[in-house]
Write a protein that binds this ligand. Structure first.
Ligand code: NAI
Ligand code: MG
Length: 492
């Protein structure tokens, strides 16, 4: 029996309804939409489909909570409730990991070892941060006392994608609540389940109703209504660059603050003096982690020409051994792409790669796993790519690696920076000077040296250039969710 067959049907006590205040409601339109298991193509659950009238109710509930219990609560008490929510997520870790894997197709190894533990950590981190949001006393001229207070924005809209549904929700919900805001969370239409479960757990933790509202639905409707609503003071978004641009335009009408975490085309640069085994391991994890559906995916591998052949051989060898299969199997490292649209997108880019003259050296086609109806793609590697080819410029968001050779340091850095995006970058070298020179020169919000895809609730994360602006995690992650008030007192 496969692990899939032993699993109970998805059961949420809220039954797929949306969370507004303390109520689990159907959409006012009565509509529901299906969320699928991408590993089998089967429906997991039908979920209430939110739209403008539901968003409006959620904003009212959030406003009442902001002006009521949440606004009156001490920072310490808010922190304790966030800590309690972290505890509850931790207690339900294996159930949440299964739910996340069923909805996204990501390996259970990742959900249980990375997504859920990091989510818990995010809640613990921001629980502690609530009481550390301090203002300043400013040495102004004249007989005045001037001090600053960091206040919440009010009601904030949080729009998240489907690649790390719970973790990316946590990275927005936790700092927003720590700073005293109330929120409406709009999960991606592909993956609404763990967000709804988070809503259940928040109420169970004793977070007052209306502080966290969860309205599932589609982008242009539920998401669009949240961005347009005059009662929403800010929108934090993670997703596609074109969507981010649209959100910024729409938010301009009501002059909302926006934070955008967008796409990437991250360079992973391997110098000849690097530890080759470590670099190969990091490269494979960098591109095939979460099936390449990662905004920081190391999709452009720059290799110094002298070690190109040996590195490519090592990377191909490791990629071939990367176990692809049922996402619920603990041995699986490469799961199913989250939607059929992703398979179509990957296959389109593979064709473009071939047409533009890149050399396909591994994969390049769908993989057959289980019942054959899931969205699996083989680990794919293109060699002899140039940085001007489409597959080196556009975000594919799948397990597709482009290998580019280089001859010298400056040229490699120049090409690495020659991208619309600037989310992350990595360098592999034993030369400490070159490592830090590269870190200084790379136009990216995160630079990894001799490692890849490292995250921590305490470390800031966000993009340069076309990858967006705003930072999540760390104390910097609170900036977006606060506004500074300057208070003057006449002492004369
Ligand atoms: P998307 O950016 O359209 O969706 C992300 C979220 O935004 C979802 O919750 C969606 O409902 C919402 N949304 C969509 N349109 C909206 C609108 N007009 N107003 C408000 N909210 C809206 O991404 P999508 O279509 O799911 O994926 C397409 C491509 O985007 C992927 O192939 C990938 O390349 C990229 N992507 C990048 C991500 C990243 O973290 N860098 C995450 C997700 C997608
Ligand atoms: Mg979309």
């Amino acid at each position: 029996m496969t692990p899939t067959e032993t699993l109970p049907k998805v059961a949420l006590s809220s039954g797929g309804r949306m969370l507004i205040g303390s109520d689990w409601r159907e959409a006012q339109s009565g509509k529901r939409f299906k969320t699928l298991n991408p590993a089998t193509g089967d429906t997991l659950l039908e979920v209430a489909e939110g739209d403008a009238p539901d968003v409006d109710l959620a904003v009212q509930a959030a406003r009442r909570a902001f002006e009521g219990p949440w606004g009156k609560m001490s920072a310490s008490e808010r922190g304790r409730l966030l800590w309690k929510l972290g505890d509850l997520i931790n207690a339900k870790a294996s159930e949440l990991a299964q739910l996340e894997t069923l909805d996204t197709g990501k390996p259970i190894w990742e959900s249980s070892k990375i997504d859920i533990p990091l989510t818990v950590d995010v809640f613990y981190y921001f629980a502690g941060a609530a009481t550390k949001l301090e203002g300043d006393t400013i040495p102004v001229s004249g007989p005045y006392l001037n001090y600053t207070v960091r206040e919440p924005l009010g009601v904030v809209g949080l729009i998240v994608p489907w690649n790390f549904p719970l973790l990316l929700a946590a990275r927005k919900v936790a700092p927003a609540l720590a700073a005293g805001n109330t929120v409406i969370l709009k999960p991606a239409e592909e993956t609404p389940l763990t967000a709804l479960r988070l809503g259940e757990l928040a109420l169970e933790a004793g977070i007052p109703p209306g502080v966290l509202n969860v309205v599932p639905g589609f982008g242009p409707t539920a998401g669009g209504a949240l961005v347009a609503h005059a009662g929403v003071s800010g929108v934090a978004f993670t997703g596609e660059t074109t969507t981010g641009r649209l959100i910024m335009q729409n938010a301009a009408r009501s002059l909302k603050k926006v934070s955008l975490e967008l796409g990437g085309k991250s360079p992973n640069i391997v110098f000849a003096d690097a530890d080759q085994e470590a670099a190969a391991r990091g490269t494979v994890f960098g591109i095939f982690y979460n099936k390449g559906e990662v905004c920081t995916a190391g999709s452009r591998l720059f290799v110094e020409r002298g070690v190109h052949d040996s590195m490519l051989e090592k990377v191909i060898d490791r990629a071939q051994k990367y176990p692809q299969g049922d996402p619920l199997d603990p041995k699986t490292r490469l799961g199913a792409q989250t939607s059929e649209a992703q398979i179509e997108k990957i296959s389109r880019y593979v064709e473009i790669g071939k047409k533009e003259g890149a050399k396909l050296v591994l994969g390049g086609e769908p993989a057959r796993v289980g019942n054959g109806r899931g969205y699996f793609w083989k680990p794919t590697i293109f060699d002899q790519v140039t940085n001007t080819m489409t597959i080196a410029r556009e975000e594919i968001f799948g397990p597709v690696l482009s290998v580019i050779s280089f001859d010298d340091f400056d040229r490699a850095l120049e090409e690495a920076n020659d991208s619309f995006y600037g989310l992350s970058a990595a360098v592999w070298t034993r030369d400490i000077k070159n490592a830090h020179r590269a870190a200084r020169m790379l136009q990216a919000g995160t630079v990894w040296i001799n490692t890849y895809n490292m995250y921590d609730a305490a470390s800031p994360y966000g993009g340069y250039k076309g990858s967006g602006f705003g930072r999540e995690s760390g104390m910097t992650g609170l900036d977006f969710y606060t506004q500074t008030k300057s208070v003057w007192v006449d002492l004369s």
